[in-house]
Design a protein around this ligand. Structure first.
Ligand code: MEV
Length: 317
């Protein structure tokens, strides 16, 4: 018997970085994600199809990139008081190094598939808490927004330490996602923002407050399908994040190209320093924007919202 779990990646629409310091962020699950397949086994092993890497958790030789998944499995087994082994295979269609939540979706899918293979059905809150143990290894002190979106799905207003608010769209909205293909480490970018904050504490704190106000405005605009107003807010966020020093010329080039065609708004999404850009344009222009942006991105695709969160199922072999 094989236990399957699928968990989506995410885009942060507004409020990244500020959310680490208590601002409310707006984020959504995307139409790409990670599938984990788990079955009971004499030993606990991980195989990542994308990385073409494997690990046996009974040895001390776990590759660095698989350590977060090893932590997710170990925390789950410990929580469930399980001694049995699990063979876990993982595969993702989230573009690598894209800032689209591949580590959090892998952690969420791993926890959910491991628990199901061992005969347990965890609540969403339990999956989130256990997946956070893996995220803490990757990002040191994450706000938790990535894991919350991957587990719950939909469009969320998130504030650290509070239960997220799920929003309902009056009409489906599509974002274009353009990846730079440039790798960056979230923890390094968080550190860069921390230094900026130490040098400008009052200004930074007022930006945290502005970020909350603007995330709520953007949420209202998206829910009412006022894409022009939502796009204007994205542009303001991009300029602010860029000013904090976390954009790069490849990101700015995509933002500029999107705005010079027909987009209402474009901004970096997630940690910055590479990763991806999100673009908001009218629904009838989405395919054209994807085409135009493809030539200056490593990958571009449209993601209609909303998308569901983590799903699990059993497949009898
Ligand atoms: C990373 O996807 C988003 C950041 O705000 C970090 C976090 O919230 O943990 C940069």
């Amino acid at each position: 018997m094989e236990a399957y779990a699928y968990a989506p990646g995410k885009i942060i629409i507004c409020g990244e970085h500020f959310v680490v310091y208590g601002a409310t962020a707006l984020a959504a699950a995307i139409n790409r994600g990670t599938t984990a397949i788990a079955e009971t086994s004499p030993t606990t092993t991980i195989y990542s199809k994308n990385l073409e890497m494997q690990a046996d958790l009974s040895t001390n030789k776990i590759p660095e990139k698989l350590k977060p998944l090893a932590a997710a499995i170990s925390s789950t087994k410990e929580y469930l008081n399980e001694k049995r082994g699990v063979k876990l295979t993982i595969q993702s269609n989230i573009p690598p190094r894209s800032g689209l939540g591949s580590s959090s979706s892998s952690a969420v899918a791993t926890v959910a598939a491991t628990a199901l293979a061992l005969g347990h059905k965890l609540s969403l809150d339990e999956v989130i808490e256990l997946a956070m143990s893996a995220e803490r290894l990757v990002h040191r002190s994450p706000s938790g927004v990535d894991v919350q979106v991957s587990a719950r799905g939909g469009l969320l207003l998130f504030k650290k330490g509070a239960k997220p608010q799920t929003l309902t769209l009056s009409k489906n909205v599509s974002f274009v996602v353009a990846c730079t293909g440039i790798e960056r480490k979230t923890s390094d970018l968080i550190e860069r923002v921390k230094v900026w904050r130490e040098e400008n504490p009052s200004l930074f704190n007022s930006l945290v407050e502005s970020s909350t106000v603007m995330s709520h405005c953007c949420a209202d605009a998206l829910c009412l399908s006022d894409l022009k107003r939502a796009g204007a807010i994205l542009n303001f966020f991009h300029a602010t994040l860029s000013w904090l020093g976390i954009s790069i010329k490849e990101i700015d080039r995509i933002v500029e190209a999107a705005l010079s065609s027909s987009a209402y708004g474009a901004k970096l999404t997630g940690a910055g320093g590479g990763g991806s850009v999100i673009i908001l344009c009218s629904e009838d222009k989405v395919d054209n924007v994807v085409k135009e942006i493809s030539s200056i991105s490593s990958e571009a695709f449209a993601t209609p919202l909303p998308n569901s969160g983590v799903k699990t199922w059993i497949q009898k072999s």
